[in-house]
Design a protein around this ligand. Structure first.
Ligand code: IVH
Length: 700
């Protein structure tokens, strides 16, 4: 147990970690990771550890599984039994003297605790089952009378989205169980994309000049949220099933190992040949350790192993925390890391002109693919690590797609190793570079590399999501029609498109349809698409919500850039307290200077003329007195409103919604089964209200 002061500082750390995780997740989704995958995993591990200790509800955690968010347009249903996570054996865990606890010992401790809880003698048998932990997205299947009635995502653990048609279309699970014809049961497992199928699918996308799927796990999550399931059978997405959390009117085996056999008999895919029944913790651990080399032989990515107590009769007695059950634990593989030689370093120009050093490597087989290029992040990093051409470097790929150079083996440095210098000129347009701390920039917005990158970014999924408009096609459009500003996409004709190499009338129509659909995405996504420095997803949404229209935004930017003191004060009197949360003066200066430029105005004029929506899709906030500017925390189950809905309404009225109670909280809205947050509110003397009172305050 933590003391109240420790808990308060842990909560602060948790909030900081959450902000970091969300920031890096967004950066990763934009394809611009700023830290190593292994560093990201460390953040998540530390967050998980703290969140467990503080008993943060799954629905409030940021380390939920990918695809955790509800997607608009999908029906949401409640899981009969919460879909929790697993506790992890973590290399970061330390003993009271600060020394790391070896994973084998952590497992032995875990095992001994379970025996104690079950009141078993230390030497009593308690067999375990070890299964691979495939890196996919959790799925829950409901079978009624032996027929698949519903497939649901894990969602936030309590509620998930219905994806029955999508799952059925993949063919990954049978529509009927082989020998069950009555009763009802739930089967849980993991949807995943086998490596070979994923690569084949990406190869097809590449041949068609379309954007590639970034990685199998996020790809699976994305495809399962396709509104129209047609074509999903071509992805090759599969499922492994491993659990039956409840059943009514169906007789089941009493051991996890037999459940796997039973599931296989019913026609479902299971790990069967990869699972191992272990006599004790040492045996289970040896199997996990011995499994490393076998990963390379598998046609799917696994990020670890799951160790479960085999006898199901103990599960209820062992219980769970709000985050994980006590009957199982996860063993995570360390990220695969291999040495190879650094052959050369080239410089890549990003959309905002950032020059990134790219390592060219002697090809090395790593985590299922051959790696010959890796990121060196920035020139500051190259200097810090003192990387030289000819060096032997270690490359890591923590289950993700972008490999990274993590360290240098100095002992192996050949005498002719060449230092890497910061470029003085842009390698593409020759402009003299500008240096900003660890970064080097090409300052020429007309630089052809920047133009291509910016156009690609505008069409990308994170921004306007124009289906069919991939990098190849953009390259052709730039070459053929000198397109260099995003609004020009929208004036393309079917004829112009069809005339391009490898394009036909049908593909041209598809691209035009993609552009047509993109027109309605709204101001926030347009802003993301313009690749303005410091304007990521969250900032774009804040700006769109605050200004509502591009006219209001640009007019304001012009005033701000002209030094209008009133404008400066409105938006950023000081960090964190301005009208736009967290907008610091320096950031505001940079953002509004770019927004005030004639180039940006030209793009907005062009977009508007082409019929692109340049207003916020979210309604403008209608500030409600008593709610605006106040900070709310929601806890427990509210009688009529879903938590998200209540949160949206508060935000719409100008209030803030936070995940944890502090002295700065103005109101805690408590529903049924409100737990520690309610206690914290009472402790701090924060006002506690119910849903009816909230609705009254909102004027509903
Ligand atoms: S058992 C309480 N077995 O890993 C959840 N999970 O980090 C118990 N996973 O949510 C799940 N392979 O999505 C279990 N053989 C396996 C698994 C497995 C992959 C996923 C699952 C779970 C996550 C936990």
């Amino acid at each position: 147990m933590s003391s109240p002061t420790e808990a308060a500082s842990e909560r602060d750390e948790l909030a900081r970690l959450a902000a970091h995780i969300q920031h890096h997740e967004a950066a990763y989704r934009r394809g611009e990771p700023e830290i190593l995958d292994s560093e990201f995993d460390e953040l998540v591990d530390r967050y998980g550890e703290l969140a467990d200790r503080l008993e943060i509800d799954v629905a409030d955690r940021v380390d939920a599984a990918p695809g955790a968010d509800h997607t608009d347009g999908f029906e949401t249903v409640e899981h009969k039994v919460a879909m929790l996570s697993l506790e992890k054996l973590s290399p970061a865990r330390k003993d009271s003297a600060g020394a790391p606890i070896p994973l084998g010992e952590q497992l032995a401790q875990w095992y001994a605790r379970r025996k104690k809880e079950l009141e078993l003698a230390e030497d009593a048998p308690l067999p375990l089952l070890v299964e691979p932990k495939v890196d996919g997205i959790g799925v829950s299947l409901i079978y009624q009378g032996g027929r698949l009635a519903r497939a649901v995502t894990r969602g936030n653990g309590r509620t998930g989205d219905v994806i029955t048609r999508q799952v059925q279309q993949t063919g990954a699970v049978p529509s009927r169980l082989a020998s069950v014809t009555s009763g009802e049961l739930e089967i849980r497992g993991e949807l995943y994309w086998p490596t070979s199928a994923f690569e084949a699918y990406n190869a097809r996308l590449k041949a068609a000049g379309e954007r590639l799927v970034i990685n199998p796990r996020n790809g699976t999550a994305g495809y399962m949220k396709r509104k129209e399931p047609e074509g999903l059978e071509e992805t090759g997405i599969q499922a492994f099933l491993y659990q039956v959390p409840w059943a009514e009117g169906v007789t089941l085996p009493v051991r996890q190992s037999d459940i796997l056999d039973w599931l296989a008999e019913q026609g479902l895919h299971v790990y069967l040949s990869e699972a191992h029944r272990a006599t004790d913790a040492a045996d289970a651990f040896a199997y996990c350790e011995g499994y490393h080399p076998r990963r390379a032989e598998l046609d799917y990515e696994i990020d670890g192993m799951v160790i479960k107590i085999d006898e199901l009769k103990w599960y209820r007695r062992l219980g769970e925390t709000g985050h994980h059950p006590h009957w199982g634990v996860a063993y995570k593989f360390p990220p695969e890391r291999k040495p190879t030689r650094l052959l050369d370093v080239t410089v890549q120009v990003g959309k905002s002109g950032k020059l990134t050093p790219v390592a060219h490597l002697e090809p090395v087989f790593l985590a299922q693919t051959t790696v010959s290029r890796a990121s060196l992040h920035n020139f500051g990093e190259v200097e810090r690590k003192d990387v030289r051409i000819g060096d032997t470097v270690y490359v890591e790929k923590a289950g993700e797609i972008i490999p990274q150079v993590v360290s240098v083996d100095r002992a192996k440095r050949p005498p002719d190793a060449r230092p890497i210098h910061r470029p003085k000129e842009c390698p593409v347009c020759g402009a003299l570079v500008v240096e900003e701390e660890v970064f080097v920039y090409c300052p020429n917005p007309a630089c052809p590399a920047q133009v291509q990158e910016r156009l690609e970014h505008f069409a990308s999924r994170a921004a306007m999501d124009v289906e069919g408009l991939g990098s190849k096609l953009i390259e052709q459009l730039v070459a053929a029609y000198r397109i260099d500003k995003p609004h020009q996409f929208f004036t393309l004709t079917a004829d112009q498109l069809a005339r391009l190499e490898r394009m036909g009338t049908k593909s041209a129509e598809n691209v035009l349809a993609g552009l047509e659909r993109a027109k309605g995405r709204g101001l926030a996504r347009v802003l993301v698409g313009l690749a303005i420095r410091h304007v990521g997803e969250t900032m774009a949404e804040d700006l769109a919500r605050y200004f509502g229209t591009s006219d209001a935004l640009l007019e304001f930017a012009a005033r701000y850039a002209a030094g209008d003191t009133e404008a400066v004060e409105v938006v950023a009197p000081e960090k964190g307290t301005g009208a736009i949360e967290g907008l610091a003066r320096k950031t505001a200066d940079s953002i509004f200077a770019e927004l005030a430029s004639p180039q940006v105005r030209e793009v907005f004029d062009g977009l508007r003329a082409a019929g692109v929506k340049v207003e916020a899709v979210l309604e403008r906030r209608v500030e409600v007195e008593g709610v605006a500017g106040k900070s709310f925390v929601l806890t427990g189950t509210l009688p009529t409103l879903k938590r998200k809905e209540a949160g949206d309404r508060i935000k719409h009225a100008g209030g803030k919604v936070s995940g944890s109670v502090s002295k700065k909280t103005d109101f805690v809205v408590a529903g049924e089964e409100a737990g520690s947050k309610l206690e914290k509110a009472k402790e701090l003397g924060v006002a506690v209200i119910d849903e009816a009172e909230l609705l009254r305050m909102l004027g509903a």
